[in-house]
Write a protein that binds this ligand. Structure first.
Ligand code: COA
Length: 258
């Protein structure tokens, strides 16, 4: 990660992204609230031999310019990103708010979607008012409160600190806008429209997008596969990176390629 990551102009915004892999299906990974491409570091490494993996920084995050106010706006940016790089049909994967964007992507562009991976997310993402209020009043205290909820109580201290530090890098206005966008997101009634192969992954100890949300996704998306990861909270892909990478790997090899 760093200044050497490439950029591309998409939907009028400069988007920075990370990418690895030269063959296989295209996997586009979208981070969640206050995140950036770095939240996918383990999966980028683990999947580069079977897929062309792209992880972008959403507008106003990491090294990308601009901003967005709704999940649909972010979907337009991701579609612009896919078009600008000429990626064709993609497996769209997302964590948390990124999972909302992935659902928006498949609903808006089913013909461009070879598969969907929904990680630590839900079809409706109402946000605890205390998260937004605390972030507005005292940004560091708000991030601290958020991260306490976002990783399992049993997660090692260095991991908690790393997630906290990475989230502190996101401008307060971007983080607050992310949560406002999540709070208005609701596709619970539309999941039956999704026909693409779908994988749902959630940490059993997730307190921000609880297991119930994952079970709802898996029940209402035809043929969806559900992987519940023990010992992990909301940042399941960083807390149990190997479990998430293996689930994605099997999904790409068996459901997308196969
Ligand atoms: N999948 C399945 N069920 C869902 C759901 C989802 N994505 N989102 C909400 N529901 C269910 C709830 O469990 C609840 O069911 P119940 O009435 O049987 O208890 C019902 O739909 C209504 O829930 P919700 O829309 O969330 O409103 P609420 O007023 O009950 O609760 C919050 C509001 C903020 C307290 C609650 O959404 C919450 O605890 N959210 C998780 C914490 C958070 O802030 N996460 C951040 C996500 S980015």
């Amino acid at each position: 990660m760093g200044p050497l990551m490439p950029t591309v102009s998409a939907a009028g915004t400069t988007i920075r992204y990370d990418s690895r892999g030269t063959r296989g299906p295209v996997l586009v990974l979208v981070h969640g609230s206050g995140g950036n491409a770095a939240v996918w570091h383990p999966q980028i490494d683990a999947l580069a031999d079977i897929a062309r993996v792209f992880a972008l920084d959403l507008p106003g995050h990491g090294g990308s310019d601009g901003s967005f106010a709704t999940i649909d706006d972010a979907v337009a940016v991701v579609r612009g990103f896919v078009d600008a790089l000429g990626l064709g049909n993609v497996v769209i994967g997302g964590h948390s708010m990124g999972g909302a964007i992935a659902q928006g992507f498949v609903l808006a562009a089913p013909h461009r979607t070879a598969g969907v991976a929904l990680i630590g997310t839900g079809a409706r993402l109402r946000v605890l008012p205390k998260i937004i209020q605390t972030l507005e009043q005292d940004h560091p205290a708000g991030v601290q409160f958020l991260i306490e909820l976002a990783v399992a109580a049993s997660a090692p201290e260095p991991l908690k600190r790393a997630v906290l530090e990475e989230t502190m890098r996101a401008p307060a206005r971007s983080l607050i806008a992310d949560f406002r966008a999540c709070d208005r997101f609701d596709v619970m009634a539309r999941l039956g429209e999704i026909r693409a192969p779908t994988l749902v992954v959630t940490g059993v100890e997730d307190r921000l997008t609880p297991r119930k949300y994952a079970e709802y996704l898996a029940k209402h998306i035809a043929g969806a596969q559900l992987a519940l990861v023990p010992g992990a909270g909301h940042y399941v892909q960083l807390e149990r990176p190997d479990d998430v990478s293996s689930a994605l790997r099997a999904f790409v090899l068996e459901r997308v390629r196969g």
